[in-house]
Ligand binder design. Structure first.
Ligand code: HAM
Length: 418
């Protein structure tokens, strides 16, 4: 037997209704905010992700890289932002208005250690608002992120927010952090040792107990903000206050990617379903990506949800979520020659827009009834010997249990009444 690749999963038909629900709810919110969907390829030239400025673990250690048959270096996307920016620049979307509000839904690939809520192929639902550097845009993006969570009725949610300042603030802070940590070098975890030279901000995220102890007295990004960066952040917070969005400022929050400047944020949920992977979405502002991809000097801000994490949260209230793709009618032939009639009636119903399924094999009444009820159809139609002889149909409403035998040509009107 060939098994699925480690870190991947199948979504079986019985579980798809949760995906459908998630898409319906979240796309509704995105439309209210007038974000437009963009679909970019799941692979790009490797340099779209492997940029000199991006030394995060995600890009340096976790990407799937390969050569195609013409010897091109290709990378399966580990996240959505880079591909969207590549497309924004390549298609000159900046000509079409001062702010492009884009969203995307699709799979990403990271070679991480699989755990609950962490996969090697996982879906993201993300947005990018590109073109303006304006605290109102940051605030609107955070409001959208929160509205998406609300649309799924998720509870125990918090918005964590911080600023890492502009490039100048970030460079000064990184220097101060390295100066502070260098005397502790031998005591740091191996990961943090490595990050000290490559990516010092990420050390703030360390889960190692001893690193946490050392970090207690470390300088924080807020101590190194330029005046402009500090004002920008205060404005974002003021706008959120005015809009009555609850958040908490987390001084140590930096998120995992190197492209962030100014605002960074995440949506955290307090739940046992996700264990340590309780961050549902992460995001922030980036000021250099568009120019790095060869476009004008424009900033952007966005976030991405991990879709599987949202789905794990939906498991809690899945009994309230209806499968919108269940048939309305299920047709059950009790005789061998009833199958042709069942297909004919199905065609009639489907031509009239009614989702209909049927059994292609005659079975006993009991077996057919079980099959029909398992489909969750509202109406079952039985075609037995009598019905065939007299052009009749027997309809059962599975909710009220009412059952009537009608003339075939009355079917549509009777379904409306029952
Ligand atoms: P990220 O923080 O790397 O940001 O990922 C965003 C979300 O994707 C995470 O909060 C998590 O829910 C989910 N996620 C990440 N890795 C996995 C995994 N291996 N398995 C399951 N879920 C995962 C980004 O990717 C940025 N592009 C977000 C962004 C958009 N920033 C600005 N614009």
């Amino acid at each position: 037997m060939i098994r699925r690749v480690k870190g991947t999963y199948d979504v079986l038909p019985k579980d798809n209704y949760l995906w459908d629900y998630l898409i319906k709810q979240t796309y509704g919110v995105l439309n209210k905010y007038q974000y437009k969907e963009i679909r970019t390829p799941i692979f790009e030239h490797s340099e779209a992700f492997h940029r000199d400025s991006e030394l995060s673990d995600m890009v340096t250690k976790e990407t799937y890289n390969f050569k195609d048959r013409a010897n091109r270096d290709i990378t399966l996307r580990p996240e959505g932002t880079a591909g969207v920016i590549r497309s924004y620049v390549e298609n000159k979307l900046y000509v079409e208005g001062d702010l492009q509000k884009l969203f995307y839904f699709g799979p990403n690939f990271r070679y991480e250690r699989p755990q609950k809520g962490r996969f090697r192929q996982f879906y993201q639902l993300g947005v990018e608002a590109i073109g303006l550097t304006n605290p109102y845009v940051d605030a609107e993006v955070i409001m959208l992120c929160y509205d998406i969570v609300k649309s799924l009725n998720l509870k125990n949610i918090s918005i964590n927010i911080n600023t890492i300042g502009d490039n100048e603030s970030r460079i000064n802070y990184e220097k101060a952090l390295v100066d502070y940590l260098t005397p502790f070098y031998e005591e740091l975890s191996n990961d943090s040792k490595e990050r000290l030279s490559k990516n010092p901000l990420r050390i703030l995220d360390s889960k190692a107990d001893n690193d946490k102890e050392i970090l207690k007295n470390a300088p924080l990004p807020k101590d190194y903000l330029s005046k402009e960066a500090s004002n920008y952040f205060l404005e974002v917070l003021n706008i959120l206050d005015k809009e009555e969005i609850n958040y908490q400022v987390v001084d140590t929050l930096v998120r995992g990617l190197d492209y962030y400047e100014h605002t960074v944020f995440e949506i955290e949920v307090d739940s046992n379903n996700l264990g340590s992977h309780n961050v549902l979405a992460g995001g922030g502002r980036y000021q250099n990506l568009v120019s790095e991809f060869g476009g004008p000097d424009l900033g952007g801000v966005g976030f991405a949800f991990g879709v599987e994490r949202l789905l794990l949260m939906l498991e809690d209230n899945k009994d309230d979520i209806k499968d919108l793709k269940e048939p309305l009618v299920y047709i059950l032939p009790l005789e061998e020659n009833g199958v042709a009639k069942a297909l004919e009636v199905s065609k009639h119903l489907r031509d009239n827009g009614i989702p209909t399924d049927l059994s292609f094999i005659k079975k006993s009444f009991k077996a057919l009834l079980r099959q029909g009820l398992r489909s969750n159809a509202k109406f079952l139609i039985f075609i037995g010997e009598d019905e065939l002889a007299n052009n009749k149909l027997t309809i059962k409403n599975t909710i009220t249990e009412e059952q009537v035998t009608i003339n075939e040509d009355e079917l549509l009107s009777k379904l409306g009444e029952l």
